[in-house]
Structures are given as structure tokens and as C-alpha cells.
Design a protein around this ligand. Structure first.
Ligand code: HEM
Length: 223
């Protein structure tokens, strides 16, 4: 048998795409996780007004994310990530009603960075691989670090029975570790050519940066 016949195939040697994506974007994750606003939140120093403002900014982003997600539900790449039980808008609306009262819609406004973020998500309706980047950045984060935020916020603001933090509750998904590994397998199974793989990595870096700019707006208003 020749050496080439014994050589592992590209698929056997290639780094799984989920690992490549995580490695290529982890420094951007660190910037979001260690931003002053996030740190204040995680250390229980953020006011309830600041937390509520963050929930409101999430609402604008997830309305766009979930609208585009539904538009791409039949797309061969983005559609594979479409899971109605992931949708966060109903939970965000319940949280905002709890935090701000029934007239919350008239009391929330997108910051400039949120407007930019929403516009970028909307552009992804024409770029399904790019949409996956935004999906990954938010939902895989919500079922990861988001679970810490849920506990800290519930404790800091005395939010009982998940009222005000239901955004972070994903009971319909079952085991979150199993969901996270299934999500990574889905990323690994995408049949992306190099240009789409590269686009997805670059768009994820941008998604993290756009999120960090929203945190910066929130920090200027509430830190
Ligand atoms: C309070 C701040 C945060 C903490 C403590 C935190 C913590 C974590 C931890 C521990 C993981 C690893 C989970 C695992 O390997 O299964 C993770 C993953 C992740 N986080 Fe965060 N995070 C924070 C903020 C953010 C923010 C602001 C975003 C996005 C806007 C985000 C997006 C993600 C994503 C996409 C992953 C999955 C990375 C991967 O394994 O591919 N995180 N986070």
C-alpha cells in the first residue's frame, strides 16, 4: 500500500469547523465578556435600570434575528439552525412587561449601536452563511455564559420564579450541554466551501464587535 493511500483524508485531519470558529473568534468573545458593562453585570454592581436597558436592546436584536431566521427556514445552510423552541422574543416581551410594566413598548428605544446591529442582521437575509454567524454568536452564547447571567441577575435584582430573566430559560431544549454539542456537530456538518467558511468566521467576529458596541452604549448610559 502506498503512503498516500494510508494518509488520512482531509475530513479526518481537518480541524472541525466548530473548533476553528471558536478559536478564531475567542479573543472577540473575551472583549464582550470582559467589557466594563458585562463585568458590572456579573459582579452585581449594575443597576436594575441598566439590566432592563440591556433586555430592551436584546429585544430589538432578537426581533430581527428571529424574523430573518424564519425567512431562511428553508435555506439549506441557515435553515438547519432554525428551531422554534430557541426563539427568545416571547420571553423578552414577558421580561420587559415584568420590568417596565404593560406600557413597556413605548418606553424602549434602540441605541445607535443596536440600530447598526439590527441593520446588519437584516442584511443577512441575503447571506445565509453570514446569518449562521449571528445565530451562533447569540444563541450559543445564551445557552453558555447566559446561564451565569441568569443566576447573577436573579440574585442581584431579587427576581424570583424567573420573572425578568426568562430570556435565559431554555427548558424546551432539554439538556443544555447536549444542545451545545449538537449545535457544534451541526456547524461541523455544514458543507461550506472555503469562501463561505471564511465569511462565517469573519461575520462572527463582526457579530461579537457589534454586540460589544451595544454594551458600550449601555455602559455610557448606565455604568
Ligand atoms: C457575562 C459574560 C459572559 C460569560 C461569563 C461567558 C462565558 C462563556 C463560557 C464559559 C463559554 C464556554 C461554554 C462552553 O464551552 O460550552 C461561553 C461560550 C460562548 N459565549 Fe460567552 N460569556 C459571556 C458573554 C458572552 C457574550 C456577550 C457573547 C456574545 C455576544 C457570548 C457568546 C458566546 C458564544 C457564541 C459561545 C460559544 C463559543 C463556542 O464554544 O463555540 N458570550 N461563554
Amino acid at each position: 500500500m502506498s503512503a498516500t493511500a494510508e494518509a488520512p483524508t482531509a475530513a479526518e485531519t481537518a480541524e472541525p469547523f466548530s473548533a476553528r470558529l471558536r478559536a478564531a473568534t475567542w479573543s472577540d468573545h473575551e472583549a464582550a465578556e470582559h467589557h466594563g458593562f458585562t463585568q458590572a453585570l456579573m459582579e452585581g454592581r449594575l443597576s436594575l435600570d441598566g439590566y432592563t436597558a440591556m433586555v430592551a436592546q436584546h429585544h430589538f436584536a432578537y426581533v430581527a434575528l428571529e424574523r430573518v431566521g424564519r425567512e431562511l427556514a428553508d435555506d439549506p445552510v441557515a435553515g438547519r439552525f432554525h428551531r422554534p423552541e430557541l426563539e427568545r422574543v416571547p420571553a423578552l416581551e414577558t421580561d420587559l412587561a415584568h420590568l417596565l410594566g404593560p406600557d413597556w413598548r413605548g418606553r424602549v428605544h434602540p441605541t445607535p449601536a443596536t440600530r447598526t446591529y439590527v441593520a446588519r442582521i437584516e442584511q443577512m437575509a441575503d447571506h445565509p452563511a453570514g446569518f449562521v454567524a449571528h445565530h451562533y454568536t447569540r444563541y450559543l452564547g445564551d445557552v453558555s455564559g447566559g446561564q451565569f447571567i441568569r443566576r447573577v441577575a436573579a440574585g442581584a435584582y431579587g427576581l424570583t420564579d424567573d420573572a425578568g430573566v426568562s430570556f435565559y430559560v431554555f427548558d424546551a431544549l432539554g439538556s443544555l450541554p447536549r444542545f451545545r454539542s449538537g449545535y457544534r456537530e451541526l456547524l461541523d456538518s455544514l458543507d461550506l466551501d472555503e469562501s463561505d467558511a471564511d465569511l462565517l468566521v469573519r461575520e462572527t467576529r463582526l457579530a461579537y464587535q457589534l454586540n460589544t458596541e451595544v454594551l458600550a452604549d449601555l455602559g455610557r448610559l448606565h455604568a
